[in-house]
Design a protein around this ligand. Structure first.
Ligand SMILES: [Fe+2]
Ligand SMILES: [Fe+2]
Length: 148
């Protein structure tokens, strides 16, 4: 079994969800995040955000269990790259946790602020997945191929 293939397909799925949410949040015609009360359409977008966060949490758990121990064992020279990626994970977790509290109504925020935080999380996640693929997945792919 090649754990990288599974993680890459997670990334593809997450990227699709990101594009979908981005379109809604930035939609100039419907203005889902215009100030005022949260409309049903806004709530629907927030449900998509919640489900993205749940998928992300599951994905990160899989990485922690299947890939990262393998990296540290087989390619100890990637430790610095791994540390950088771990920092990104902490940043993502903090942003996601905050947004989750807002979406669930535990923390107050204006629609404009919600939209800003959603876009911030999406951009962070996109760039994290790019970094991860470039700095960890690619070098590990070679190791896995050598092992076959
Ligand atoms: Fe990750
Ligand atoms: Fe990932």
């Amino acid at each position: 079994m090649n754990p990288i293939k599974d993680l890459q397909s997670d990334h593809r799925r997450l990227n699709l969800a990101i594009s979908r949410i981005q379109q809604h949040v930035l939609d100039p015609e419907h203005r889902y995040f215009a100030e005022g009360r949260r409309s049903e359409a806004t709530e629907a977008v927030l449900r998509l955000v919640e489900s993205l966060i749940a998928d992300l949490e599951m994905h990160e758990r899989r990485e922690r269990e299947s890939l990262y121990p393998l990296i540290l064992r087989r390619r100890p020279e990637l430790r610095d790259a791994y540390a950088e990626i771990e920092l990104e994970h902490r940043g993502l977790e903090a942003a996601a946790a905050q947004l989750k509290r807002i979406v669930q109504g535990e923390l107050a925020a204006s629609n404009r602020e919600i939209a800003k935080r959603v876009i911030h999380l999406l951009l962070m996640l996109k760039s994290h997945m790019r970094d991860e693929e470039r700095h960890l997945f690619a070098p590990m792919e070679n190791v896995l191929q050598e092992a076959l």
